[in-house]
Design a protein around this ligand. Structure first.
Ligand code: HEC
Length: 103
């Protein structure tokens, strides 16, 4: 009985979260990051693309913002800049937080 009561409570929590704050793993696929950085963010498409799994969230967030704004335009940054219009600041933060949790 207790379990039956708890289920709707969980849904009530989970549903609004699904609409307002998609999790990093979902964004990573939806925003095509996966194509260049690999399914687990540790096997990039090309050897000169970075492995980003486990990267510090604060660093990753800043790099993504800099690539998006053009402040970082080194090496292969142009490859990634092309898709950065797909993510806003909140999504960048979510993605960075998720990347940090990967091994
Ligand atoms: C078209 C390929 C491509 C896509 C798509 C792409 N990236 Fe990148 N990303 C790169 C490349 C290439 C670099 C390295 C740029 C350089 O050489 O300076 C990079 C750099 C980064 C960095 C900085 C790594 C570091 O060590 O400084 C992060 C973090 C990152 N990408 C996350 C993402 C996320 C999250 C997404 C999805 C929103 C994404 N990337 C989509 C190619 C891509």
């Amino acid at each position: 009985m207790k379990r039956l009561l708890a289920l709707p409570a969980l849904w009530a929590l989970a549903l609004p979260m699904a609409f307002t704050a998609p999790d990093g793993a979902a964004l990573y696929v939806e925003k095509t990051c996966v194509a260049c950085h690999g399914a687990k963010a540790n096997k990039p498409l090309l050897p000169n693309y970075p492995k980003i799994a486990g990267q510090s969230a604060a660093y990753a967030e800043q790099q993504m913002k800099d690539i998006k704004s053009g402040a970082r335009a080194n090496a292969q940054a142009a490859a990634m800049k092309g898709i950065m219009h797909l993510v806003d600041d909140a999504e960048i933060k979510t993605l960075a937080g998720w990347l940090e949790t990967l091994k």
